[in-house]
Design a protein around this ligand. Structure first.
Ligand SMILES: O=P(O)(O)O[C@H]1O[C@H](CO)[C@@H](O)[C@H]1O
Ligand SMILES: O=c1cc[nH]c(=O)[nH]1
Length: 250
């Protein structure tokens, strides 16, 4: 029987990569196909490092700096598994989620970018981590500041807006509670998605840095929406902002 102390590390239950296979800087979309597209079009010399459960991960470089991409799957339980294993077992220091979100605020339009400066959630996560406390789930200030600076540079004439503010991380994609969205909008919430709060909670528990940079794929008030194919491809601005945040002082 192998000695668990001296046995070589062969991966985690959910990631089949060897030590050193991931760069310290990781882009994290929800969708594995988007991870592959990022590897093929945004990273240089990317090689696949894991594919357990179809959750694809690649490592290459961006602007000469080693960078990885790993899909998170959907929802807080899924992103929490991958983020924990990356921070805890692969020496990852920074994860920036590059996902999609549904606009809640009237001022946010489809194709805009939302940088999540906080993540409210209906998940039990915010209250199960520290007894008796509703934890505030927030990104790394350093990554947030770098993303805000990059967003200033990403203001092409005629391009969509970049918003910075709170998002709502929901456990239920098909939540049918318009009054809840009204109340969240009155409190400055920009958009809804399903992972940022989980990523922020894991980063603070594991001593890592995290941020979510979201492309608005649909509007929860008007029902305007990108097609599934547009959702896969319309995130270039968010990607550039996310990479700039990852690279800050790297
Ligand atoms: O496009 P991704 O990153 O998967 O993000 C959003 O899309 C999924 C729902 O369709 C959820 O994961 C939600 O957070
Ligand atoms: O979680 C999500 C993601 C995109 N659009 C939504 O409406 N919800």
């Amino acid at each position: 029987m192998p000695d668990p102390v001296s046995a070589p590390f062969t991966g985690t239950p959910h990631i089949a990569a060897a030590p050193g296979d991931f760069a310290p800087l990781v882009l994290m979309p929800g969708d594995p196909r988007r991870a592959r597209r990022i590897a093929e079009t945004f990273l240089q010399d990317a090689r696949q490092v894991t594919d357990i459960r179809g959750i694809l991960g690649y490592t290459g470089s961006h602007q000469g700096v080693p960078m990885s991409v790993l899909a998170s799957g959907m929802g807080i339980p899924s992103v929490s598994i991958y983020a924990t294993e990356l921070f805890r077992h692969y020496g990852v220091r920074r994860i920036v989620r590059v996902g999609t979100a549904g606009a809640i605020a009237e001022s946010v339009a489809v194709r805009d970018v939302v940088i999540a400066s906080a993540a409210h959630t209906d998940s039990s996560l915010s209250r199960i981590l520290v007894d008796g406390v509703m934890l505030s789930l927030a990104p790394s200030y350093r990554l947030l500041r770098a993303a805000a600076d990059a967003a200033e540079r990403e203001k092409p004439p005629g391009g969509g807006a970049v918003h910075i503010g709170p998002v709502f991380t929901s456990d239920h994609f098909y939540l049918d509670r318009p009054a809840l969205f009204d109340a969240l909008e009155r409190r400055g919430t920009l958009a809804a998605e399903m992972e940022a709060a989980g990523l922020y909670a894991v980063a603070c528990a594991e001593g890592g840095e995290a941020l979510a940079v979201l492309t608005v794929s649909d509007h929860l008030r008007t029902s305007e929406a990108l097609t599934a194919q547009e959702r896969e491809t319309s995130f270039d601005r968010a990607l550039r902002i996310a990479a700039a945040a990852l690279l800050t002082d790297a």
